[in-house]
Design a protein around this ligand. Structure first.
Ligand code: HXH
Length: 339
């Protein structure tokens, strides 16, 4: 593995210093195993899992801040910005939140009171360290006419849980930038639904400051034109945009191939082309895009190992398993320094 003194290539955070922050999702393992890489190339982090509801608040009277605090300390140590992820989600949230003592459903009032208390505690605790929160994650339905996906939040509270979450977060830290975050954000059908939902929040006076484009992309999808159209549409709301969970999978989402044990040169080349084109586009929108966060940092650890195809490795980042720059890094650097 590379030592701190081995890092001599231009740092990503320097290359894009005039454009946007460059972030990485981290966890308690990677802040150790990837410390030099993170410190050298990145100026922002997000907790991959440690600030999700089930991690921070497993039981009504128990908060677990230990792991989240470790990540915050890492950001402080390396003078990095930190994003918070995530306050309201239908996944990785504990059942107690929605249940009364007898295991039945709580009332709307109780659920909102619990949400408010959770947000005050968590957002309040990290006020000095976290400048932006993903307040609501993934509430839009992927397919069909329905605007909002089915969830216990929707069942119990109705659609106003979304605006309430933003209000509670704004009360807890009036300085924090508050984001709505979602995936398949460049798909035209879902894009228009996200736009519609966020627009209605704005019309109701809800304190929302940005749209998070997760950007779980791959070599082939989404099309650059669709990414551009999505950026334009969200930006037309007058909000800032961030790419919050960027990765470029080697496989189309429905590709089940299992034969690759190492990343083939042809795919690394395609990935280099793709990253170059993507960042050229992102730079065009540097006035509205304030941060680009990868959902990891190097190919030794990615949530895409084993997802959605169990047992399959993936290589979605700019740095390889030994933290060396990949063809995508070199081509990106080349393109950006020429322009
Ligand atoms: C993100 N969801 C989350 O925001 C982040 O917190 C997490 O660490 C990783 C990714 C992306 C996602 C959303 C839906 C999804 C898969 C990933 O849905 C599927 C689940 C199974 C099969 C197909 C889709």
């Amino acid at each position: 593995m590379r030592q701190a003194s081995d890092y001599t290539e231009p740092a990503l955070k320097t290359i894009f210093a005039e454009d946007f922050k460059i972030g990485a999702a981290v966890n308690p393992m990677t802040i150790q195993s990837q410390e030099h890489l993170l410190a050298y190339h990145f100026n922002s982090i997000t907790a991959e899992n440690e600030m999700k509801f089930e991690s921070l608040h497993p039981l009504e009277d128990i908060y677990n801040f230990k792991l989240a605090d470790q990540l915050v300390a890492f950001a402080r140590k390396h003078h990095m910005a930190m994003r918070g992820h995530t306050l309201v989600w239908h996944n990785q949230t504990t059942d107690w939140l929605f249940e009364d003592k007898k295991g039945g459903c709580v009332s709307k009032e109780t659920l909102l009171a619990r949400l408010k208390s959770h947000i005050q505690t968590v957002v309040g605790r990290y006020k000095e360290d976290i400048y932006a929160w993903d307040v609501v994650n993934e509430v839009i339905a992927d397919e069909g006419e329905e605007l909002l996906r089915q969830s216990k939040w929707l069942d119990i509270v109705g659609p106003e849980f979304i605006g309430k979450a933003f209000e509670f977060a704004h009360e807890a830290d009036p300085k924090a930038l508050l984001f709505y975050n979602d995936y398949n954000e460049s798909n035209p059908l879902k894009r228009d639904k996200i736009y519609k939902m966020v627009k209605s929040l704005l019309e109701q006076g809800v304190p929302i400051h940005g749209v998070g484009l997760q950007a779980h992309w791959n070599l082939y999808d989404p099309d650059l034109d669709e990414i551009r159209a999505a950026i334009e549409k969200y930006a037309s709301l007058g909000l800032q945009l961030q790419l919050t969970e960027l990765d470029v999978s080697m496989f189309r989402f429905d590709d089940k191939r299992m034969d690759l044990k190492v990343a083939p040169a042809e795919l690394l080349e395609l990935q280099a082309e793709r990253y170059e084109a993507m960042f050229a586009l992102l730079k065009e929108y540097r006035d509205v895009i304030s941060s680009v966060t990868f959902w990891g940092a190097a190919d030794d650890y990615t949530w895409l190992d084993g997802f959605p195809v169990r047992g399959r490795k993936n290589w979605p980042f700019l740095f390889d398993e030994r933290h060396n720059p990949k063809p995508a890094y070199h081509q990106l650097l080349n393109a950006v320094t020429k322009s």
